[in-house]
Design a protein around this ligand. Sequence first.
Ligand code: HEM
Length: 423
Amino acid sequence: MQFLPNLSVITRPAQQRSLMSVARQAQDILSPEFAQDPYGNYQIMRESTPLVWHEAMQSYIISRYEDVERAFKDSVFTTDNYSWQIEPVHGRTILQMSGREHAVRRALVAPAFRGKELQKKFLPVIERNSRELIDGFRQTGSADLVSQYATRFPVNVIADMLGLDKADHDKFHGWYTAVIAFLGNLSQDPEVAAAGERTRQEFAEYMLPIIQERRAHPGDDLLSALCVAEVDGTVMSDEDIKAFCSLLLAAGGETTDKAIASVFANLLRHPDQLAAVQADRSLIPRAFAETLRFTPPVHMIMRQVAEDVPVSGGVIGKGSTVTCLIGSANRDERRYADPDHFDIFRSDLNAVNAFSAAADHLAFALGRHFCVGALLAKTEVEVGVNQLLDALPGLRLADEADPSEQGVFTRGPASVRVSFDVA
Ligand code: HEM
């Protein structure tokens, strides 16, 4: 990484500076070493280089809670970056909109994801999809909670909510994996870019006929609701709906998948906390909230600044891209006591607001683009953790299981292999 002039690290006395740079230099964010231990590197970045320019990514990087929170809330940090970062794969979506256009579009889609609508219409869908997956391994005494459960559950739920055919799961999974890879293509790999663009074409060919059919014969599903939704005389075109469904599969699949896997990885590594949750299920939201802080599924989100912005002793020039490190901000020692410690009982954990725009952690971002699906994710995690704990007594990590995390853009355990008692 190349350090910016006029930042705090540069203004230290020369002798101290050379000692610091030997002892405390973060590894390159694109290196395998960084992927191995992002948290140790984040700590160095927060301390020594809270604002840094990364040449290969052509982006500034910010890592302190205060700066990342501001980037999510202050409208000088726009989401214009999504026009090149995701429009090529989804088409134009609410992520890149602002002002009234964003407000109207959000009002069109948000009702389906609010508490009442979720409980009434979609809770049975969530419960059924979770149960179907657990039935596949509840009698076996061992399972991988990632490949046999977490990677399938949220995508099945979204497909079912939209009224799509779950038999096409492998297609959906392939598409959203390509989309997430495109979004996190920090090193600009051309093959990843081409796969993302192919996905846009394939998804359009799959979805547009279904949307037209649903307009002609509306049902009780989310896709039909999107076809008839209207706010202030605005309705969604077929292209708008297709782009939103594409966003839903990626934004709601990969994220919740990693969240569920991480809740279990964190609890299984802390058997006393797992036992507490097993005994008192009202602790599940605390376990999820602490997981979102400690090991968030999305580690970085980008923004583009509309004017010069002073940040952490430097200046981000107008038009520049900024990478906001959520994974670092959530472990900022200026904000949380003992931040590298997973503790569902921590006194600075606000589990009541953790799934609303008043959240303390930054895993769902904050401000106008705060995650539309936060309550859906919470409901999925509550249902999933409850059902798994009921179905798998004596749940423990399998011998030699290694639930270590992978990824730098999105991050979660590649596998969580467990053993349990069978009645
Ligand atoms: C634990 C699970 C989840 C995490 C960590 C997560 C994370 C995020 C983050 C960080 C953003 C903000 C992006 C930005 O500001 O640039 C976001 C926005 C969004 N999320 Fe989620 N998400 C999760 C689950 C879901 C689910 C289940 C859905 C829906 C099925 C969903 C749909 C969306 C949508 C549509 C937006 C765009 C909102 C807007 O631009 O106004 N997410 N999410």
